[in-house]
Design a protein around this ligand. Structure first.
Ligand SMILES: Cc1cc2nc3c(=O)[nH]c(=O)nc-3n(C[C@H](O)[C@H](O)[C@H](O)COP(=O)(O)OP(=O)(O)OC[C@H]3O[C@@H](n4cnc5c(N)ncnc54)[C@H](O)[C@@H]3O)c2cc1C
Length: 550
């Protein structure tokens, strides 16, 4: 078998791999990043690219209060200590809170341009929560700075050169001056950047592009279309990998270590059936390479696995002909709508985090059929808000109605009959919900009682951005499924990102990051960026450990 010698090998090309490549490359080490897909960046490139970084430099610069203690209090309250969740231990949480802001400092020092989003509340109403939020994102980035690598980068989910906070205001352009201002700004920027020969990217694609540029500048070698098939173990240490290069198996030695940044298993139905039964790969918005083989390969070498039933949710629907399941969390948070199960009852706070919503659906489905559940909307909703990525208005694609994706009726009774729900139950549920809307307090699930509930609602709807009665006919219903943007369980790692065995000891030479690992946040959905923040942070820690810099 052909052989190559490297100092460090990263499997997969998420943000963590590129961050580690920057650290090791800057230290003069020979780093190889192997990506099996023809395009780089995995789900990270497709994503918002938001990182949850407590106590970060941008908060300090902007006078937003936070501290190590406040962040740990929040994680203690939301994640807590559970003997069956070693990846979310107090020691790991502390390591994260200490390392994440330092990782961001490192990126900034290397010339990666980042910023915080002014308002993105933490997801849980718990001690230590930050209401302005702890998010850090990439600024817009000119892809032309990648030269020929531009063609190898996975496209992002937002084709416009708009920052995420701007993108969230765009749907308001017909209804508010602020929305119009943002639209003009984005249109102006688009035209100007074209005139200047720039190709501006945003969100996760911009983050990956910046990291890729810096990793290449640091001397890292990056190969696409190169799947890793095996880890090589010698005397109890992982010493390299076997990868497929042009149809040949090649043994690649890694003197200092191997970092698994190979994503989760969201696209592998067989593995999902085992650990996330009742969910479908087709509801996942992840990149196609998210098939989990490196988690299984690490397990074959004795890695402890954890939190395999965890996932990062994404309430979605099945649209005819769609290649990517639409993200519908924002749709569920808008006024003049509520969600019911197949008995016609409400069962959750519709304005919760994407993960909490999907977990509530799966949980409910154990006792009452709730897959699909139904988003019930009135005419005002359809007239005012986007639905499953379409512009406001009742004129939805004919196939939606033909295939029962969207159902319309002149009364709630008739809607219930069409959906096969008990009509009296649906009417009673909606009447109760409408009473809560009128009194401004959701007695059943507390919708609207916390800053985050309001955040994805309608900022122009008063007094609540999320509570609005469902009362104007015709009524509509759309099926909702518990989709995902990632699985969130995998190999268990320690405070240095080292993969550990059943006995808690590390497997020498093997590191992991991103959603290949069990999350440091355990079963909690803490805030925006709780995948990519840790992905980069643990990789940064692992790179330092591999350098002996601990
Ligand atoms: C639309 C959308 C928006 C999102 N927004 C956010 C957000 O703002 N913040 C956040 O924290 N999370 C967000 N998420 C979730 C987040 O994107 C993912 O959880 C995260 O990017 C996973 O990163 P990763 O580095 O673990 O894996 P990835 O970025 O998926 O990278 C893994 C790579 O490994 C490659 N690979 C797999 N197996 C092999 C192999 N055997 N050999 C070689 N290569 C291999 C894969 O092809 C892939 O390219 C979002 C997701 C979506 C879909």
């Amino acid at each position: 078998m052909e052989r190559e010698e490297w100092d460090f090998i990263a499997v997969g090309s998420g943000g963590g791999a590129l961050c580690a490549a920057m650290v090791l490359g800057r230290a003069g080490k020979r780093v190889l990043v192997l990506e099996k897909e023809p395009l780089l960046g995995g789900t990270t490139a497709l994503s918002g690219g938001v990182m949850w970084i407590p106590n970060n430099r941008f908060m300090r610069e902007e006078g937003v209060p936070d501290s190590r203690e406040q962040a740990l209090a929040y994680l203690d309250a939301t994640v807590g200590d559970h003997p069956d969740l070693p990846a979310a231990s107090r020691a790991r949480r502390e390591a994260y809170v200490d390392a994440a802001p330092r990782m961001v400092d490192f990126l900034v020092e290397q010339g990666v341009t980042l910023r915080r989003i002014p308002s993105w509340p933490d997801y849980q109403d718990a001690p230590g929560a930050s209401i302005p939020g702890r998010t850090v994102v990439s600024t817009l980035y000119d892809l032309n700075r990648l030269g020929p690598w531009k063609e190898k980068l996975r496209p992002g989910f937002l084709p416009l050169p708009a920052n995420l906070d701007e993108a969230m205001q765009l749907p308001l352009f017909k209804r508010s001056w602020q929305g119009k201002k943002v639209l003009l700004k984005v249109v102006g920027r688009t035209l100007l950047s074209r005139l200047r020969g720039r190709h501006l990217a945003t969100a996760g694609q911009a983050l990956v592009a910046q990291l890729l540029r810096k990793a290449l500048d640091a001397g890292a070698e990056v190969r696409t279309g190169t799947p890793v098939e095996e880890l090589v173990e010698e005397g109890g240490r992982i010493t390299g990998v076997v990868a497929r290069v042009d149809g040949r198996a090649v043994r690649l030695r890694a003197r200092l270590g191997v970092l698994l940044n190979a994503g989760g298993f969201a696209r592998n139905q067989a593995v999902r059936d085992r650990w996330l039964p009742g969910t479908k790969a087709s509801w996942s918005a992840t990149a196609p390479g998210d098939t989990g083989e490196m988690i299984l390969e690490a397990a074959r070498h004795g890695a402890l696995l954890g939190q395999l039933d965890e996932f990062v949710g994404n309430p979605t629907t099945e649209l005819p002909g769609a290649t990517t399941p639409p993200a519908m969390q924002g749709d569920l948070a808008k006024p003049h709508s509520l969600v019911v199960d197949q008995s016609g009852a409400r069962f959750m706070k519709e304005a919760a985090s994407y993960t909490d919503i999907c977990k509530a659906i799966l949980q409910r489905n154990r006792t009452v059929p709730a897959i699909p559940c139904y988003l019930i909307m009135d005419a005002r909703y359809l007239d005012t808000y986007m639905l499953a990525g379409t512009m406001p208005g009742r004129n939805k694609p004919k196939t939606w109605f033909e295939q029962g994706v969207l159902v319309a009726a002149d009364s709630l009774e008739a809607l219930a009959a069409k959906l096969g729900l008990p009509p009296e139950r649906l009417v009673a549920t909606v009447e109760r919900f409408n009473r809560f809307c009128r009194q401004g307090r959701d007695e059943d699930f507390g919708r609207g009682s916390f800053a985050y509930d309001e955040w994805l609602g309608d900022p122009l709807h008063e007094p609540s951005h999320t509570l609005g009665a469902v009362e104007q006919p015709p009524f509509f219903a759309m099926r909702i499924y518990p989709g995902d943007v990632s699985t969130h369980g995998g190999v268990v790692t320690d405070e240095w990102g080292r993969v550990v065995r059943e006995d808690g000891g590390p497997i020498p030479g093997l590191y992991a990051t991103g959603v290949t690992c069990a999350s440091v946040f355990g079963r909690a959905s803490v805030g925006a960026g709780s995948n990519i923040g840790p992905a980069l942070t643990w990789a940064w820690r692992a790179a330092h450990h591999a350098l002996g810099d601990t």
